[in-house]
Design a binder for this molecule. Structure first.
Ligand SMILES: [Zn+2]
Length: 219
């Protein structure tokens, strides 16, 4: 894959930044794409911009504000609280069709810039309740994209079977542990690095980090 080009679906968060480092290691040329859908905090876009600038990666920001028009939810509206889903319900952060749309647009971009590979940080292990993070969805979409554009894309999901602790481990393996820890944004309240510490995203990130630090100590 070393001689080929990849598009990374990039949000500036822990997972997609780890994927960006993974792609830089595995491909000759890497391009990042961020979707702007009026996220709660514009910091997410700024954070993504900063990271790609620092790494010298070409960065496309695509306007996807129509998503907010279609599906108001906790990530885009301040008046809807961020909550974990109750048993059998989807969490309030779920945006129906989000990954379907994002991955499809990433495919259009990949086709335009002649990139064969698409990389996304979705993962099934810490299953968030998002149906469009499942492996079967990604595989199905890969087939659909190839059929729709008569192309041979390969969608990569380096985090698909990793838990949060193992994702920190991968960042470490890629020499990006400190970078990911200090420069990425996971927090629903828009605070970079360790975040607010209170929202579900911060709690999940912190747990994974602590678990990994404990493992790392023992190495
Ligand atoms: Zn937070």
């Amino acid at each position: 894959m070393k001689n080929e080009k990849a598009v990374v679906v990039f949000s500036g968060g822990q997972d997609s930044t780890t994927c960006l480092f993974w792609a830089i290691k595995n491909f000759k040329e890497v391009v990042a794409v961020t979707f702007d859908y009026n996220q709660r905090h514009i910091t997410e876009i700024e954070c993504a911009q900063k990271i790609t600038e620092e790494l010298g990666i070409k960065h496309h920001i695509l306007d996807m504000s129509l998503l907010n028009q279609l599906a108001p939810n906790a990530l885009t509206r301040d008046d809807i609280a961020v909550e974990d889903g109750k048993e059998g319900e989807l969490p309030s952060t779920f945006v129906p069709g989000r990954n379907l749309l994002f991955m499809s647009f990433a495919g259009v971009l990949a086709s335009q810039i002649q990139a064969k590979h698409i990389v996304t940080g979705v993962c099934e292990t810490d299953f968030s309740g998002y149906p469009d993070c499942r492996d079967i969805f990604v595989k199905s979409l890969n087939v659909t994209l190839n059929l729709s554009m008569d192309n041979q894309f390969v969608i990569h999901t380096p985090l698909m079977w990793l838990n949060k602790e193992e994702t920190w481990g991968l960042a470490d393996e890629l020499g990006a542990f400190d970078f990911v820890r200090e420069k990425t944004l996971t927090c629903y309240n828009g605070i970079v690095a360790d975040g607010c510490g209170e929202c579900p995203a911060c709690k999940l990130r912190k747990k994974g980090l602590n678990d990994y630090l404990a493992v790392r100590k023992g190495l």
